[in-house]
Design a protein around this ligand. Sequence first.
Ligand SMILES: Nc1ncnc2c1ncn2[C@@H]1O[C@H](COP(=O)(O)OP(=O)(O)O)[C@@H](O)[C@H]1O
Ligand SMILES: [Mg+2]
Length: 259
Amino acid sequence: MAIPIIRTEQLTKSYGPFTALNGIDIDVYSGEIHALLGDNGAGKSTLIKLLSGVHSPTSGKIFVSGVETEFRSPVDASKAGVGTVFQDLALNPLMSVTRNFFMGRERHRGPGPFGILDFAGMDEITHAEMRKIGINISDPRQAVGTMSGGQRQTLAIARAIYFGARVLILDEPTSALGQKQQMEVLRTMMSVRSRGDIAIIFITHNETHSKLVADRYTFLALGEVIGRGTREELKGEDIRHLMAGGVEIGDLSRELAQF
Ligand SMILES: Nc1ncnc2c1ncn2[C@@H]1O[C@H](COP(=O)(O)OP(=O)(O)O)[C@@H](O)[C@H]1O
Ligand SMILES: [Mg+2]
């Protein structure tokens, strides 16, 4: 089997005396959408923070394409090809699509050590990169504030990929959106998947969304992996059961029926 682009071995993170993640083993492959599911407090955000260099693990290892790697900062993770789209998207709604796309990484042209900003070139790249993943923005100089929530997600994803992400971590990308825009984001994810050279880690609460796109699943509860499997291996009720942290939904519905 292929070498996973990201592998963790017994990854553990404690905040003081509290262990938020305990011995996590996870494999993520290029060209796949790997859904990371779990209830609030399961440790999903903590795991992402370790994979994106925001925090260091208390113990355990991270391997990138088979090589043990230590991320001391988000810059390290980014250089290793891990691009994370956090829930706030890190976009400025008052600035243009292009300015947001290049934020802090502007292209220059002309002589001298800095030259002048190459706006035409940056507009062209922004337009082309957005188009590649399925969104045709008429004017890359329009303010991000005029875009739909789904388009903003897509902008953040296109930007991460253009700047070298080979592992794309999406933290609840569909959760704050209306129905139609959720589908737009899922479509963007499938379009990225179809390139075949990028792994997507899809953090979600939404069982339906995970079933629409995921190739592989890992379920977390209280800081531990409580289940995993491929799309073929997991049936609908397994997913629902594991999503609930292994609690029997049947018991809960019987209990609720008493009221
Ligand atoms: N900085 C922190 N300090 C102390 N406890 C934290 C910190 N961040 C998260 N936790 C705790 O770790 C557990 C896992 O949190 P988190 O990773 O945010 O879960 P999820 O994203 O799955 O909801 C929770 O019990 C949370 O309260
Ligand atoms: Mg979280």
